[in-house]
Ligand binder design. Structure first.
Ligand code: TYM
Length: 326
């Protein structure tokens, strides 16, 4: 047991991971391992709230677990498992659902967007309650996520406060942790919408396991503007500003220094340099992907689930007691 502060975060096995997920969330997942007791999930129960193919789901779950490991989550230090392997998440979600208002759930942006596309279902509506359960189950201090999860985190905090008010002080109120640069990476094809796993246009996103040629092609075709100067200006130059953020994150250079160097270079030269920095930054992830076998992933995930079941059972006891169960 450690007395370090805890963090929890999760990612859905829906479609391939892109550099938005990496920059918005995973880089923090990896760096927080130094100072925190980290618990990470492949949130497969969440992924079932939109239409999916059960015959490929298992392979997708394993692939995502492998990517998380390849991105730098060290399973000797952090606990990683499939959400569905630990039933306590669903148990706590049920308890929390009894104190969550339907109106608040209906106002969630993600619910509105996804229910338009995927049709309405109860799972999709109560999605944020399960997410609150993931986080509150472990009484975590912080949750590293991208900007698009802000509303869900607010709901989690509300639910925790409501629970504490009704049943006694059980849950600490968790903080959201987002990166300073790259909390919301935009689509390469439309710099006014976020880069998304579900965008039908594959040129809109760079995948974590894209090779350098694919990265160059996608960056070259990124939508920019008709001006020719490289500036960091989200109002006038959203496409270029998005590429500047990507370039900065993967090169470790400041946006100011990149603007200084590429201001007059022309978009073609700037895009090639940005693509090279992204490809170089992702090279270690690609290499590690190739070296981890599916069998290893399965056994690591099984071990993670075993540890988590025990931990979660301990955590659930005072929660059950507070609501008069158990
Ligand atoms: P998901 O699977 O959509 O995304 C995983 C993480 O990637 C971040 N992200 C982005 N960051 C920057 N720019 C983007 N374009 C971008 N797109 C995605 C997301 O913010 C997220 O951090 N609801 C969550 C999964 C979840 C969860 C949790 C997260 C379930 N339970 C508990 C934290 C704690 C989701 O859909 O993530």
């Amino acid at each position: 047991m450690t007395d370090r502060k805890r963090v929890f975060s999760g990612v859905q096995p829906t479609g391939n991971l892109h550099i938005g997920n990496y920059i918005g969330a995973f880089r923090n997942w990896v760096s927080m391992q130094e100072d925190y007791d980290c618990i990470y999930n492949v949130v497969d129960l969440h992924a079932m709230t939109v239409p999916y193919d059960p015959s490929t789901f298992r392979a997708e779950r394993i692939h995502l677990a492998k990517l998380i490991m390849a991105a730098g989550v060290d399973t000797d230090r952090s606990l990683l498992y499939f959400q569905s392997d630990v039933p306590h998440h669903a148990e706590l979600a049920w308890i929390l659902s009894t104190i969550t208002g339907i109106g608040q759930l209906e106002r969630m942006t993600q619910y509105k967007e996804k229910s338009d596309r995927a049709g309405q279902n109860l799972g999709l509506l109560s999605y944020p309650v399960l997410m609150a359960a993931d986080i509150l189950l472990y009484k975590v201090h912080a949750v590293p996520v991208g900007d698009d999860q802000t509303q869900h985190l607010e709901l989690t905090r509300d639910v925790a406060e409501r629970f504490n008010h009704r049943f006694g002080e059980v849950f600490p109120i968790p903080e959201r942790i987002t990166p300073e640069i790259g909390a919301r990476i935009m689509s390469l094809q439309d710099p006014f919408s976020k880069m998304s796993k579900s965008d039908p246009n594959e040129k809109s996103r760079i995948l974590l396991d894209d090779d350098p040629a694919a990265i160059l092609k996608k960056v070259k075709s990124a939508v920019t503007d008709s001006d020719r100067y490289v500036r960091y200006d989200w109002e006038e130059k959203a496409g270029i500003s998005n590429l500047l953020e990507l370039f900065s994150v993967f090169s470790g250079r400041s946006i100011d220094s990149l603007v200084e160097e590429y201001h007059d270079a022309g978009y073609g030269t700037f895009k090639i340099a940005a693509a090279e920095a992204i490809a170089e930054g992702l090279a270690p992830v690609r290499e590690r992907m190739a070296s981890i076998g599916d069998g290893d992933v399965m056994s690591i995930m099984a071990r993670g689930a075993e540890v988590a079941q025990e931990k979660a059972e301990q955590e659930m006891k005072p929660i059950r007691a507070a609501v008069g169960l158990g």
